[in-house]
Design a protein around this ligand. Structure first.
Ligand code: SAM
Ligand code: SF4
Length: 473
């Protein structure tokens, strides 16, 4: 029997890339590849790249420099090592990658990685292989399903892509050029994926897409289903106790999604809703096609049906032409919304995007200074939000052993890490935890006794209502 070949995948960037990396491993498993954490003893190394900001792209070239040394060493040891560049840098730069880094054997864009086995063969015969087309046929139809073993080894939370690409063309963003046009997977395929994951112990699903709530996949009734309708259907699948989604766009928040937040216990009350800026002038220059007030109204619609909902967001500081006044409008919006978390980035001009041609650039010093002010504000909101959990009893989905012996870790509905001392038998269960302390972003508590938890909820509930626990999957 030939020994298994070893595969090392390093993924950069968004959740979509984490998911794609898993699917590449699934595609290569029938070829005899098993994953290894070490680059040095890998037969195949894949860099699954991100092109969203300049820094992310440049990381790839420094990593390729290090890989050249590893490949040379492998050759001295009498074995081969193949190097693949996949993902959005591969899509955006194509042949340029091989020119700059001859260590690379295969360049493959995000829509073509189901062809990896053939591309590796082609590289063996031709020396190099490159595929960065946007094929007509959807790659999902060709990807092998993950094995039971692979699903189990990846834990109780899983990503499922429901939508890819983007037609919004925000002026700063490369995604429409690297991931292609917006496309939704059919409802039946998504149900199949989620049922398979649930059948193998997955308890939490995060539906992912560049604009996940623009979802409009074909339903079994022959009609396009809006995103909310998909959520209702997935919530019926036995074993799935938590549903999340990312990333959503404020312009695509349909009533079906709001209704789903009102009705579905499994749908977590934590929404990532990027706004980028609080200034209408900058939002227009970004081609976001909504105002700050439109965004506030969307937030209000969520809060109206789910008062305990919390939000995170993305912000860009130093977009071309951003004045101190524009930036003050961003701070005012953050102040008003009150976020549980948020990501903020310095604007990074991306070749080929309209914003990269804009002349009124903001100085690095101003960008740095604004980023610090924004991050300080977000940090203080996040800490305040985390402190509100103290003394409360909160549902936690336990998913892993904690760092200290005897400790088990999980996540609250708001994705806060939470820890208790307990047996690992609780992994995979949602249990109430009374939160006692907070260390930076992590909560620590004790498992609440179920009757005490019920009493607490019934005290808070309207007269006549009785709490039904969902704990203990
Ligand atoms: N589709 C999502 C949306 O509409 O908000 C965002 C997807 S993008 C992969 C993730 C985040 O990267 C964006 O929300 C934005 O804040 C940031 N980003 C994208 N292009 C950027 C650029 N050129 N410079 C800095 N940040 C950027
Ligand atoms: Fe990029 Fe999101 Fe804008 Fe699409 S909607 S162009 S993914 S920032």
């Amino acid at each position: 029997m030939t020994p298994p070949r070893k595969l090392h995948i390093k993924s950069y960037g968004c959740q979509m890339n984490v998911y794609d990396a898993q699917r590449m491993a699934d595609t290569l498993a029938p070829e005899g590849y098993v994953e290894t954490a070490s680059v040095e003893d890998a037969d195949l190394v894949i860099l699954n790249t991100c092109h969203i900001r300049e820094k992310a792209s440049e990381k790839v070239y420094s990593e390729l420099g290090r890989l050249r040394a590893a490949k040379d060493q492998a050759a001295r040891d009498g074995r081969g090592m193949s190097v693949v560049v996949a993902g959005c840098v591969a899509q955006a730069e194509g042949e340029e990658i091989i020119r700059r880094a001859p260590v690379v054997d295969v360049v493959v864009g995000p829509q073509s990685y189901h062809h990896l086995p053939q591309l590796l063969l082609r590289a063996k015969t031709d020396g190099r292989a490159l595929e960065t087309e946007f094929p007509i046929a959807d790659k999902f139809g060709f990807l092998p399903q993950p094995s039971r073993q692979a699903i189990r080894s990846r834990g109780i939370s899983a990503f499922v892509t429901v939508q890819e690409g983007c037609d919004k063309f925000c002026t700063f963003c490369v995604v429409p050029y690297t991931r292609g046009a917006e496309a939704s997977r059919p409802v039946a395929k998504i149900i199949e994926d989620v049922e398979r994951l649930a059948g193998n112990g997955v308890r939490e699903i995060t539906l992912i897409g560049q604009n996940v709530n623009a979802y409009h996949g074909d339903g079994p009734d022959g009609q396009p289903w809006p995103f909310g309708k998909l959520l209702y259907r997935l919530a019926e699948i036995p074993g799935i106790v938590r549903l999340r989604y990312s990333t959503s766009h404020p312009r695509d928040v349909e009533d079906s999604l709001i209704d789903a937040h009102r009705d579905l216990d499994a749908l977590m009350p934590f929404v990532h809703l990027p706004v980028q800026s609080g200034s209408d002038r900058i939002l227009a220059a970004m081609n976001r096609r909504h105002t700050a007030d439109d965004y506030r109204r969307v937030i209000d619609r969520f809060r109206h049906v789910r008062p305990d909902i919390a939000f995170s967001s993305d912000f860009i500081v130093g977009f071309p032409g951003e004045t101190e006044e524009d930036f003050a409008a961003t701070l005012a919006l953050v102040d008003q919304i009150g976020y549980a978390a948020a990501y903020s980035f310095k604007y990074s001009p991306r070749p080929g995007t309209p914003a990269a041609e804009m002349q009124e650039t903001v100085s690095t010093a101003d960008m740095d200074e604004r980023l610090v002010r924004l991050q300080n504000l977000i940090d203080s909101q996040q800490s305040a939000f985390n402190r509100t959990a103290l003394g409360k009893t909160v549902d936690v989905l336990f998913d892993r052993a904690g760092r200290k012996p005897g400790q088990i870790a999980g996540r609250t509905p708001y994705l806060q890490p939470a820890h208790v001392n307990a047996s690992d038998a609780i992994i995979g269960q949602v249990l109430p935890v009374t939160m006692a302390s907070l260390e930076r972003y992590s909560l620590f508590g004790t498992l609440a006794s179920m009757p005490a938890f019920r009493a607490q909820l019934n005290d808070a509930a309207p007269a006549g209502a009785q709490f039904q626990t969902t704990a203990g999957v």
